[in-house]
Design a binder for this molecule. Structure first.
Ligand code: EPS
Length: 386
């Protein structure tokens, strides 16, 4: 669904590392490995993560597309090393020849890609599926999204996120217009929740869940401010901005619903409470409210973009569910691995990255330009920057 920008990731969870390529990105954008490291660090945090995050110290190496600290307009290639590879390389992930005594994983986890994955490829070892279907891959998406974020910031577009719900513990979304402030506040919470009392409750719920050998999901919200009106288009189904945002969000591992603006509430409220009245503020045409979440008719309308995403509980359980062995066909319980009890806070940072990728694509599609200077000039010419 990307119209101009393109990106690709490769890599397995316990392989050597993750590769990523961002293509179609303009020249002249200031970039450094430290900038990307900041967002990678934010993704690694969050109460409920398992032992793996103590092993990894994610840092992306920029392999191409950069000179003297600025992008060149050529493909940007990144590499993130998996520290855990050292622990897996001989016994489990051996790349060259099969190691005879490695037992195959044969008991699929309900809710995971395990069973459908082996059915699809005809594998006899679930590890062939789970290594790539793991959410480890999202580290690279965050790194690529971080590059887009720098570009968007140059255009005064900010992106932030916070956690709205963990299991049954729910917060009422406050309106904080300054997204830098919102993100800083969320970053200070161990679960990215803007309410500090609820942070404690959410953490306690995650701890209880973990003690029971279970996992828990939740909801996060991603926001974008400063987005000019007219990104996306009503003219074709696959150019609608809301369709593109929804596809990007649902593609994050374990996401089950995406809603824009008031989301599910629009089913019950009457039209007069759902639609945002059009008002004059000085010379500008604005909205009195933002129930639409900044997108109408598949296009940005100049208001804050608000997207909520629901994550299911992670399928790897310390107290596993029933399963059937794919080799022996005998009933058993699903296999278990080291896992996270909750990854909703990390998912919200991944949501920021996906929105950054989609908005960068939509900006380049509408305004064009091979360099940051050209994009800025095109934006200024349409008055979109004012
Ligand atoms: C994951 C399982 C855990 C997570 C991992 C995703 O990894 P491991 O099995 O090595 O303990 O920590 O997430 C990451 C490695 C990451 O960077 O987010 C899974 O099964 O998807």
């Amino acid at each position: 669904m990307l119209q101009h920008l393109n990106f690709l990731t490769a890599g397995e969870s316990h392989g050597k590392g993750l590769s990523g390529i961002l293509e179609g990105f303009p020249a002249g954008v200031p970039l450094s490995e430290d900038i990307i490291a900041h967002d990678l660090g934010r993704r690694q945090k969050g109460h409920g993560r398992g032992g793996r995050m103590k092993i990894e110290q994610d840092r992306a190496e920029i392999l191409s597309g950069l000179r003297h600290g600025k992008t060149l307009g050529s493909p940007i290639a990144l590499w993130i090393k998996n520290n855990d590879w050292e622990n897996w390389k001989t016994e489990v992930m051996a790349h060259e020849k099969p190691v005879n005594d490695i037992p195959a994983v044969t008991l699929p986890r309900p809710g995971h890609a395990d069973l459908a994955g082996v059915q699809k490829f005809g594998f006899t070892d679930i590890r062939n599926v789970l290594e790539r279907s793991s959410a480890r891959e999202t580290a690279m998406r965050v790194a690529l999204g971080s590059i887009c974020r720098v570009f968007l910031r140059e255009l005064d577009i900010e992106i932030a996120s916070h956690v709205v719900q963990i299991g049954p513990v729910k917060t009422v979304c406050e309106v904080i217009e300054d997204l830098n402030e919102l993100n800083e506040q969320a970053d200070r919470s161990a679960v990215r929740c803007l309410d500090l009392k609820l942070t404690q409750k959410m953490m306690a719920h995650i701890d209880d869940t973990r003690r029971q050998g279970d996992s828990v999901g939740g909801i996060f919200e991603v926001l974008a401010s400063g987005v000019p009106a007219g990104l996306g288009s009503y003219t074709h189904w696959d150019r609608k901005l809301d369709a593109r945002v929804a596809a990007a969000m649902i593609s994050i591992n374990a996401m089950k619903t995406v809603s824009i603006g008031d989301g599910l509430d629009v089913a019950t409220a009457p039209g007069s409470e759902v639609h945002d009245e059009i008002i004059k503020v000085g010379d500008m045409i604005k909205r009195a409210t933002n129930h639409a979440g900044g997108i109408e008719g598949g296009m940005s309308n100049g208001e804050m973009i608000r997207v909520q995403v629901t994550m299911k509980p992670i399928p790897t359980l310390a107290r596993p569910l029933k399963s059937v062995d794919i080799k022996t066909r005998e009933s058993g319980i699903a296999h278990k691995e080291r896992t996270d009890a909750c990854a909703v806070p990390a998912a919200s940072v991944i949501g920021e990255a996906m929105l950054a990728l989609i908005l960068t694509d939509a900006i380049l599609e509408k305004f064009g330009g091979d360099s940051l200077t050209q994009v800025k000039a095109h934006l200024a010419a349409t008055g979109a920057l004012t």
